[in-house]
Design a protein around this ligand. Structure first.
Ligand code: BGC
Length: 535
């Protein structure tokens, strides 16, 4: 099939319009009382997700792992960490999700393994020049690291291993923590192993994969130094949170190499042999919408996270620019866009927008705007409760970013969910047991149970917004038309609905029509920090 034929093909795959709810496994629900969330906990709480009105769940990694980066350091790709349960628990979770009409997306981590993966242990044992070392990026480099690359988590991207008698220890590359050695994707064994992993989980019935660091995998073959222009650095790769800035002028021999696309063409074919529109979504922090679009050509990924939306500051001009840029990029390749405001790597969006009542008002407004846009949207557990970033005490921090840089890191968006009750653990696990990160006492007012009983709550708002989206999205079409409404207002029409978001400081006129749903109180005018759908 050529590009045009494929673009004409079915555009009704479920994932094109889905809302997916991200579950951070260790922080969702704890069935066995060890203070860490697990798969049986998730299974028992899936009705909450169904009642929210989403279409799918994405689970962060649950594989056996020493947990140095909470599961993004995988020691075995085809099993479950005993912390989270068993393969039978995973099967039960998938079955229950499907019974409730929810698709299941799991996380795949192909850029690196754990240093406890049998391949890395074999590489250490086998020594320099061995086929075992060739599955990773080991180099001789007497006197210092082989190049100037930095780890995304801070510090050098190389660690030297112990030397055998009479040798200098070799260095291995790790773009993340030293416990996460990068694989050598130029070795065909690596690619073959991941195809087996895909099939293992597809055979167990999962509907898709979120692919971690999808723009990693291949590095410039000569591993040359990165040219660093002072003031133009970019914390790219992932996980950089608010320090991530969109740039198109940075030399990146470690990311986004052309060879990576061959991998995704192969995976696309593997998925296409299965029934039910299995999908894969790329986590690719590339430098521009154009480079992001290369990952979603018709024979590669189904979709890619659109981080430009999450990175946009609170400004109508910036939001509008991202909307326009996104459509231009995805249209080039016949793909549909995605939208996301929060995930496990960034500060929660109410906090990014200033926190408190204003941060929450803005967060609800940005969410309502996002849910009106064509394409699919990703929500992160707890945003339906309006949770803010938590300042986690240093003794409870476990993010490698914190250990390597002293930056507070990402633990503050990973605090366990408050479900019910007036004191921690708020129903996260059995009473008495405390979660792995303490929950703030004020969360007693934000539990699912408390908000379910309050029609003015953020939870009630999310349920209403998702129900409204369902009602209109079938007929709303895949295009939008921007409407001029002044410099402080994002305004567009999609099918029968007009959407307006006021990012300014003064109330503005509402577009014509009846208010169908709003993110906060609306009178004659649209107040600041508020969005509305009119029809
Ligand atoms: C994940 C992070 C993780 C990193 C290394 C990112 O893409 O989202 O949580 O630390 O990859 O695997």
């Amino acid at each position: 099939m050529d590009l045009n034929d494929q673009m004409q093909g079915s555009r009704r795959e479920w994932w094109r319009h889905a809302v997916t709810y991200q579950i951070y496994v260790r922080s969702f629900a704890d069935a066995d009382g060890d203070g860490i969330g697990d798969l049986p906990g998730i299974t028992a709480r899936l009705e909450h997700v169904r009642d929210l009105g989403v279409d799918a769940i994405w689970l962060n990694p649950f594989y056996p792992s020493p947990q140095h980066d909470h599961g993004y350091d995988v020691a075995d790709y085809c099993d479950i960490d005993p912390l989270f349960g068993t393969l039978a628990d995973a099967d039960a979770m998938v079955e229950r999700a499907h019974e409730l009409g929810l698709k299941v997306i799991i996380d795949l981590v192909p850029n690196h393994t754990s240093n406890e993966h049998p391949w890395f242990q074999a590489a250490l044992a086998a020594g320099p020049g061995s086929p075992e070392r060739d599955r990773y990026l080991f180099r001789d480099s007497p006197g210092g690291p082989p190049n100037n690359w930095k780890s995304v988590f801070g510090g050098p991207a190389w660690t030297q291993v112990e030397a055998g008698p009479g040798e200098e220890g070799q260095w291995y590359l790790h773009l993340f923590d030293s416990t996460q050695p990068d694989l050598n994707w130029r070795n065909p064994e690596v690619g073959d192993m991941f195809v087996d992993v895909l099939r293992f989980w597809l055979d167990r019935g999962v509907d898709g994969f979120r692919v971690d660091v999808a723009h990693g995998l291949f590095k410039a073959e000569d591993l040359r130094d990165q040219i660093v222009v002072p003031g133009h650095e970019r914390m790219s790769g992932a996980s950089a949170g608010e320090s991530m800035v969109e740039r198109t002028d940075v030399d990146e021999p470690m990311w986004d190499q052309p060879e990576v696309h061959e991998v995704y063409r192969r995976w696309h074919e593997v998925l296409a042999k299965y029934d039910g529109d299995r999908m894969m979504v790329a986590e690719a922090w590339t430098q521009s919408p154009e480079s992001m679009a290369r990952y979603i050509r018709p024979d590669e990924f189904s979709q890619a996270f659109n981080f430009a939306w999450l990175l946009a500051p609170w400004s109508a001009e910036d939001f509008t620019r991202v909307i326009t840029g996104t459509f231009e990029a995805v249209d080039q390749v016949g793909a549909t866009p995605t939208w996301v405001l929060s995930n496990h790597d960034v500060d929660r969006h109410p906090s990014r927008y200033g926190g408190g009542a204003r941060g929450l008002a803005r967060a609800r407004a940005a969410t309502l705007t996002m849910l009106a846009l064509p394409g699919s949207a990703y929500l992160y557990q707890g945003e339906e409760l309006g949770l803010e970033q938590v300042e986690v005490e240093p003794e409870f921090r476990s993010d490698p970013l914190w250990f390597r840089t002293g930056n507070p890191g990402r633990d503050g968006c990973r605090v366990p969910m408050p479900w019910s009750g007036s004191a921690p653990p708020f129903g996260f696990g059995p009473t008495g047991g405390q979660p792995w990160i303490p929950q703030p006492a004020e969360w007693s007012e934000l539990t699912v149970a408390a908000q379910a009983a309050d029609p003015a709550s953020t939870l009630a708002f999310y349920r209403a917004a998702l129900a409204a989206r369902r009602t209109f999205s079938e007929t709303a079409g895949e295009g939008i038309e921007l409407v001029e409404a002044g410099t402080d207002v994002v305004c567009f029409r999609r099918g029968p609905i007009t959407v307006a978001l006021n990012c300014g400081t003064e109330p503005v006129a509402l577009p014509p029509g009846e208010v169908l749903i709003a993110s906060g109180p609306v009178g004659e005018k649209l107040p600041p920090d508020t969005a509305a759908w009119l029809g």
